[in-house]
Design a binder for this molecule. Structure first.
Ligand code: ATP
Ligand code: MG
Length: 280
């Protein structure tokens, strides 16, 4: 099971949108996906309707070490896409983890029960620095960080997400390697010169970096992502073709390119799913 956390210390950059749509696309490609909503505002938990709701969720998993799948895992209406709901509306988990000796390592130590049933665990996190966020990163093989192409977001990246990752470096002494970071440009308007300049600048900054890279795939700023959220559907199902007047790729093409770039071993399943999506 691959573990990917969607992270950023900045709010509103598209973490939940990416987690929901990447999870939805991969599930449609036949990958067994489990979403874990670690944001105390349960946006991801309410993105897809549920076909079966578990009594417990992220709180019981993290605070009480409850690992029985039937008790903590809900099923969404998207086949192959399951979810551990956020049910920590008072934000108690953070305080609890702060005072627990195993706090930042707790999730990492809890995943064995899930490994056999899923190919991918996709974790959505809160847009602020917290112990919970550090715990999610330390449990991950890869950290995926959406960033919007604005100057202030680029600055916050250095102050927030990159600083956080560098502060997790001492975990190497315990044999725990912090995951590589992939930056994903989101809400890109390819026509705007400032967007293009910021993207070029980011690519240049991280060209020689070892643990950080900027993904080739960018997600355009498109109303399809808002519509998909309102309909509770993965965006690739509602925008399968690019329109003639538009220059940017369709949501299906974008999400497929992103999924293949992140998970090249599932390339075949992802690229052959075009037919399924178009057939709907
Ligand atoms: N590529 C896109 N095009 C258009 N709108 C988008 C795109 N990506 C995200 N949005 C919209 O931007 C808003 C913020 O996105 P989202 O909730 O995914 O961000 P977030 O990082 O999870 O925020 P938070 O930090 O509050 O959890 C939402 O209304 C979402 O629909
Ligand atoms: Mg969110």
């Amino acid at each position: 099971m691959r573990v990917v956390s969607v992270v950023s210390t900045k709010g509103g950059v598209g973490k939940t949108t990416v987690a929901a749509n990447l999870g939805g696309l991969l599930a449609d490609a036949g990958v067994r996906v489990l979403l874990l909503d670690l944001d105390s505002q349960p946006t991801l938990s309410s993105y897809y309707a549920l076909s079966q709701k578990a009594d417990a969720g992220a709180y019981e998993l993290i605070a009480l070490n409850l690992r029985t799948p039937a008790q903590i895992i809900s099923r969404t209406v998207i086949a192959g896409l399951d979810l551990i709901l956020s049910n920590d509306d008072q934000g108690r988990l953070n305080t609890l983890l702060l005072h627990a000796p195993d706090g930042r390592l707790r999730l990492r130590n809890l995943l064995d029960n899930l490994r056999l049933n899923y190919d991918l665990l996709l974790i959505d996190t809160q847009g602020a620095r917290s112990v919970l966020l550090e715990m999610a990163i330390l449990a991950s093989d890869l950290a995926l960080s959406p960033i919007t192409p604005e100057m202030l977001a680029a600055r916050e990246l250095h102050r927030g997400t990159l600083k956080l990752l560098s502060e997790l470096e001492p975990f190497r002494l315990l044999g725990i390697t912090p995951p590589p970071l992939r930056l994903l440009l989101n809400q890109v308007n390819a026509i705007r010169v400032d967007n293009r300049m910021i993207i070029r600048g980011l690519r240049k900054t991280f060209a020689g970096a070892t643990n950080i890279s900027v993904l080739d795939t960018v997600i355009p700023d498109r109303v399809a992502y808002l519509n998909a959220a309102s309909l509770g559907l993965p965006v690739h199902r509602i925008e399968t073709r690019r329109s003639r007047e538009r220059r940017s790729p369709s949501a299906l093409e974008t999400m497929q390119a992103l999924a293949i770039e992140l998970f090249p071993k599932w390339r075949e399943a992802i690229s052959t799913m075009t037919r399924c999506a178009e057939a709907q």
